[in-house]
Design a protein around this ligand. Sequence first.
Ligand SMILES: Cc1cc2nc3c(=O)[nH]c(=O)nc-3n(C[C@H](O)[C@H](O)[C@H](O)COP(=O)(O)OP(=O)(O)OC[C@H]3O[C@@H](n4cnc5c(N)ncnc54)[C@H](O)[C@@H]3O)c2cc1C
Length: 375
Amino acid sequence: MDFRDTPAEAEYRRALADWLRTFVANHDAAPSSREWQHALYEAGYIAQTWPEEQGGKALSPVYDVILNEEVARAGAQAIPPNVNYLCRAILEFGTEQQRDRFLLPTLRGDIQWCQGFSEPGAGSDLAALTTSGRWNGDAWIVNGQKLWTSGASDADWCLLLARSEPDAPKHQGISAFLIDMTSPGVSVRPIMTADGEADTCETFWDDVVVPADCLLGSQGDGWPIAMWALQLERGPADLGVVPNLLNSLEDLERIVTSSGLDRHERIRRTLSRAYIDVQILHLYSIRQVSLRAADRAEGPSGPAAKLLWARAAQAVGHAWLDALGGLAVTGAESDRAVREYFHSRPTSIYGGSAQIQRNLLAQRVLGMPRADARR
Ligand SMILES: Cc1cc2nc3c(=O)[nH]c(=O)nc-3n(C[C@H](O)[C@H](O)[C@H](O)COP(=O)(O)OP(=O)(O)OC[C@H]3O[C@@H](n4cnc5c(N)ncnc54)[C@H](O)[C@@H]3O)c2cc1C
């Protein structure tokens, strides 16, 4: 398998890197997420792999990977998850009217989305969700609580899963709704996480009225829609993960070298281990994209890539604390070191925990029985 860019991809990468360099140089302050997405859209870099009739250029998935890589390499903020997977669910499952209503404004950065799947009692076992969506003859009425709804405080709309048929088997009674976050009855409470960010939130849904035309897919289609979206969420190649980790490691290496800490073999080994984990992730994820570009099944690579991603991210986070030692807590770089460490910890939880990924590999690759099947 040849992982190098084709001449056309290399040319595209060069033009994009030039555009990013100029953009970053001309902006003193980082743009807001909306402004950033708008700028990328205007420059023609958003949704290039989408079908032409939906505003895309029908390019190979490799181009999205190049975009995410170069954005991360330039130190710019990541492409919002709207475009990476939530918006694609509307492209894949939405009615023509929903596509017309949501896709272009989302691509332009005018609409931001959040994902309302997890609940206090439903994370790994997502199908145990209890938020209800009942049809009252005129509209859907949604009641319940979601947890870890990332980006909810800035989001305009939420792709939310709710139980629409309480008596159906648990995976079949779920529907997916597109909900306006300004609807009466929606409240959002940010959660401060250990890395000092308050990006993820608790969200409460009290008698929220959802019009009939905001059901995504058909009633009861929520599970396949969620599984389809989650499979995109897990792809490290689609999120610029490797260049972000390399940026972090290169910064750490500069600090270690300039402070003379590189004379310690243990510290050099910690950094090398983290570089190796990132390179393994890199090779695995470009293999994944090559298979996708060749329209070949990616097989069990989703769970394996998520495990390698968490391992690499946590090796980098750990290297910040381990290499800097006491300086990580008391020195000039202490805020950064502690943030990098804590920021890396939930990678083995969000998008499906490490244990769940191992269960999937055990069942799908090794053919082992499910634990509940033995009871
Ligand atoms: C920073 C962050 C952002 C997130 N963003 C979003 C978001 O935007 N939208 C959203 O909907 N969700 C989001 N999530 C939620 C995330 O998907 C869940 O946290 C995750 O699926 C785990 O679910 P849980 O927290 O309920 O843990 P639980 O499912 O309660 O699991 C607890 C522990 O038990 C283990 N475990 C559970 N079941 C099994 C099993 N069958 N076999 C072996 N081990 C098992 C788990 O691996 C874990 O270690 C986010 C989470 C975090 C931390």
